[in-house]
Design a protein around this ligand. Structure first.
Ligand code: SAH
Length: 346
């Protein structure tokens, strides 16, 4: 059964009209779902019973079941959820100085085929609905409610390519950004893409202050195509042109994600190429330690090597950050838990 979480406030208003109800009911229901965070229509006490029943016949609220929950020594918490059709998705909550950041999945599996990534070990079986993404957030928020805490940031960086599921992702963002809901500010919401050019432009045109992160990982076409097949469809000149266009619509600073892979993309030459590639853009580079995936042969760059690359970028006037590893003791990275569970289930 469909989850009502799939409806942004606007869609819920349309739904009420379609069901022959007053439009203001949408706001009431929305408030129950996201402010009070109820899990049953019968708890919506100012909604008349007839409507409660009609809703319950047509929708579930929470479509996810917790399959496993793991807490790392650094507080990183990872959920493996079972969807109604029996497939699995992962959600991770990380603790930063600025607050709690949640990384959600956007698809079941992924078709982008990046050669270093665990998610692609299992091909995409389907898109997640907007509500299945919202539900990941609501599970974490309900957990945080116990200590009167709240989610401060959301990144769509779990399994899947969000721009391969564009409409549902936009509906999801609208729902969690809505002032009447859990109201996470657009500037605290980030989408990460491997570089689907037409959607980057569309995203720029949406006019909302969401953040965009681009998985770059290589500063030239030859290496990028080797690491990321999407680069054959949208090579770097097209990607950079799209990002420049994006920047002409949005004043948000772009994040370039760059996983450091030993002996692959971590030489001074790569740093120089990278600096040239993004010169003049309102952007910074987020250097990410590689989380080793057993099925792939890539090696992690150690802390010293990462610092060297970071220093090289600094000298070239590239703004960069070196991301800390979170939850490595619970395989929190990038599709690993789900891949493991699926293998066990075979
Ligand atoms: N498809 C989107 C979002 C999901 S991947 C994208 O490509 O951006 C989120 C980020 O994790 C991407 O930058 C991806 O390249 C990176 N990633 C994938 N596997 C990784 C691994 N084993 N270690 C570190 N980062 C990884």
């Amino acid at each position: 059964m469909e989850t009502i979480y799939s409806y942004s406030l606007k869609s819920l208003e349309a739904l009420m009209e379609e069901m022959g109800e007053k439009k203001y009911r949408a706001k009431q229901i929305f408030t129950w779902l996201y402010r009070r965070r109820v899990l049953s229509f019968s708890d919506m006490t100012d909604i008349k019973q007839g409507l409660q029943q009609k809703l319950a016949e047509r929708f579930v609220i929470d479509p996810l079941q917790v399959e496993t929950k793991q807490v790392s020594s650094d507080g990183t918490t990872k959920f493996l959820f079972r969807l109604q059709d029996g497939s699995f998705v992962e959600t991770v909550m990380m603790i930063y100085d600025f607050g709690k950041s949640v990384c959600i999945s956007s698809q079941v599996g992924c078709n982008m085929g990046c050669t270093f990534c665990a998610s692609g070990l299992l091909k995409k079986s389907r898109n997640l609905s907007s509500g299945e993404m919202v539900a990941q957030i609501m599970h974490i928020q309900r957990m945080l409610d116990e200590s009167d805490d709240r989610i401060s940031n959301v990144v769509i960086m779990g399994t899947g390519e969000p721009f391969d599921n564009y409409d549902n992702v936009m509906e999801f963002l609208a729902t969690i950004n809505d002032d009447l809901g859990i109201a996470i500010g657009a500037r605290h919401l980030s989408v990460s893409t491997c570089g689907i050019v037409p959607k980057i432009i569309e995203f720029g045109k949406c006019g909302i202050q969401y953040n965009l992160a681009v998985s770059l990982h290589a500063p030239n076409d030859e290496l990028r195509s080797e690491l990321m097949p999407i680069n054959r469809a949208y090579p770097l000149d097209q990607l950079m042109a799209a990002l420049r266009e994006y920047s002409s619509y949005s004043n948000r600073r772009i994040t370039f994600e760059y996983i450091l892979l030993k002996g692959k993309n971590d030489s001074p030459k790569h740093a120089k190429e990278l600096a040239n590639l993004i010169k003049g853009m309102n952007a910074y580079v987020n250097l990410i330690p590689y989380n080793k995936v057993d099925e792939h042969g890539y090696m992690q760059v150690d802390r010293d090597g990462a610092m060297k690359f970071y220093d090289a970028l600094m000298k070239l006037n590239v703004r960069a950050t070196l991301r800390k590893e979170h939850g490595s003791d619970i395989a929190a990275a990038c599709g690993q838990l789900r891949a493991k569970r699926m293998k066990e289930g075979e």
